[in-house]
Design a protein around this ligand. Sequence first.
Ligand code: GLN
Length: 291
Amino acid sequence: MSEAPWTIGRLLNWTADFLRERGADSPRLDAEVLLAHARGCPRIALYTAFEEPASEELRTQFRELVKQRAAGKPVAYLVGHREFFSLSFDVTPDVLIPRPETEGLVVRALDLLKETPSPAPRVADVGTGSGAIAVALAKQNPKVQVTAIDVSPAALAVARGNAEKHGVTDRIEFVEGDLLAGVDAGAAFDLIAANLPYVTSNELGELAEGVRKYEPRLALDGGEQGDELIQRLLPQATQRLTPGGWLLMELSPMIAGRVEQLIDNAAGLIRHETLKDTNGLARLAQAQREA
Ligand code: GLN
C-alpha cells in the first residue's frame, strides 16, 4: 500500500481532526494559522497550495507547533501575534491576548472622543498590557495623546513594540506603575480606559485551560470578588478626569452589579448605562466625572 504524499491540504485536514479530538474550539482555523506561520506565508496563500507537497522541514516545524497547541498553548502565543481592531499586535506570555470583546471599549471610546471639545484629547489606558487599546485609539484618532500604564515592565516592553509597529510612539507615553499612581499629579484626562483584571477567585479555577495555564494571572486575577482593582481605580480616576471626562471599564456580567454600585457610591462620578458585548453580556461600565 503506498502512502498518500503529505500535501498542504492533507496536512491541514489531518491536523484539524487531531486538534478537534483534543478539544480545540477552532481546530481548522488553528491548523491554518499555525501552518501559515511555519511556512512564512499569509493564511490565504494556503488555499492555492493544497496540492503542493509539504517539505520535511516544514512538517517538522509544523509538528512542533501542533504539539504545543494540542497541549493547550494559545495560538497567539505560538505565532507571536493576534489581530485586534484590524491591527496586528505582537503578544508574549507577559500580556493578555487581546479579546474581541475589548474592541467594544475602543468603539465607545472613539465615539466619546469625537465629542470631546479638546483639540488634543488626553487618554489614559490603565493596565495597557499589549497596548491594544492605547495603540488602536492612537491609530484611529490622530488627535489623541495617550498615556499607557502598566505595573509590569515586561508588558510595557510589548506595548512599546506595538506602538512602534503601528507608528504611534510620538503620541503614546508609557508609564510603569500601579493604576494611576505613577502618572504626573497634574495630569488630567478626558477619558480613562481600563481593562483591568476582573476574574473572581471562584472563576479563576474554571477558566479555559489555555487561559488558566498560559495567560498572565496578573492580568486576570481581580481578587475575591473580581472588583479589587476597579474599586481602587475609581477614586484615583475621579481625581484625574477633567470635568465631564469619561471612565470606561471592561468587566464581566459576574461583577457588573457590584461595579455599578461602586460607581453609584463614588463621590464625583455619574454612572451611565453598562453596555453589552456582541454576545449580549454586560461588558462595559461607564462613568462620567461631574462637570
Ligand atoms: N475576558 C478575559 C477572560 O475571560 C478576562 C480579562 C480581564 O480580566 N481583564 O479571560
